[in-house]
Design a protein around this ligand. Sequence first.
Ligand code: SAM
Ligand code: SF4
Ligand code: FES
Length: 332
Amino acid sequence: MLTKQEIIDILKDDTNNEKLFLKADKLRQEHVGDEVHLRGLIEFSNICKCQCKYCGLRAPNKEVTRYRIYEDDIISYARNAADMGYKTMVLQSGEDEYFTVEKMVKIIKEIKKLGVALTLSIGEKSYDEYKAYKDAGADRYLIRIETTNPDLYAKMHPNMDFNKRIKCLYDIKSLGYETGTGCLVGLPGQTIEDLAQDILFFKEIDADMVGIGPLITHPQTPLKDENNGDFWLALKVMALTRIILPDINIPATTAMETLNPNGRIIALKSGANVVMPNVTSSEYRKKYEIYPNKICIHEEPDKCQNCISAKIKSIGRTIADNQGQSKHFLSK
Ligand code: SAM
Ligand code: SF4
Ligand code: FES
């Protein structure tokens, strides 16, 4: 276990980065093996009532073309992805109130009939809603804390409440979900100390999955004149997360590949063991523009599956043929 000061020192000093990435890679191999888990990502609605300052889908952005994929089509994308061999689906969206508990429960039950694991990433809900989704069969839930600095959190999230976000995570955990969280790296005003605290928070909450993404500034948001997050700093936060929680699942995030053309492979060699290719058609991908220059917006699902599978095999790793539950979750 590293202390906060040790984490800060590692984050501030770039002379030993290679050693850090190698260490994270070794721990990844020892604890979760060489398999890479592919999750079929369905971004089913870009309609959002929130105003997160960094996100292109925020409600005040009038320039984004909004879309919603309706229940039957969501299920059919999931069916296609299952036919392609995906063993986990991830349903992600803005906070879109069209999707009531009843509608989500119906979707969850249908997708679970495909024999796949199901992850939800649909934002803040009440305990009862999370319970209804769990009872319907959802296995995992992703909700990033984004930053553990409460003041910065308040600045970045108008009308949202830091304590509510934390409560969501504890509700999810207590309901028996595999619990995923994570943070953004490079928020304006965010310090190295804040990032060290984020890493310690992942440990404190005993996360089963952690996704780290560099901020990519969106021209239609209040952060348009700020700098992007730093790819290597985000990679260091990810590698340290692997060191602190060696048996969790860690995705090589799309945002990393957006900032670095080989970003996902570099991440897979620095502690990551999951990739989340998009399995919807390109018609929707370009509209789910949380940040600009997102990868894969013109590709179709089979192209992405072939592309990422070839890259993974080229570094001597294998594609898992199982649901890839978090080993950390299983060991509790
Ligand atoms: N609405 C749900 C939520 O916020 O939890 C799920 C969808 S949201 C688009 C998924 C993640 O996208 C967020 O947790 C956030 O970290 C990330 N994100 C949003 N805008 C971003 C940006 N400009 N750069 C990098 N990541 C971003
Ligand atoms: Fe909505 Fe999620 Fe974007 Fe925030 S990050 S504006 S909740 S889609
Ligand atoms: Fe989509 Fe490479 S993963 S084109």
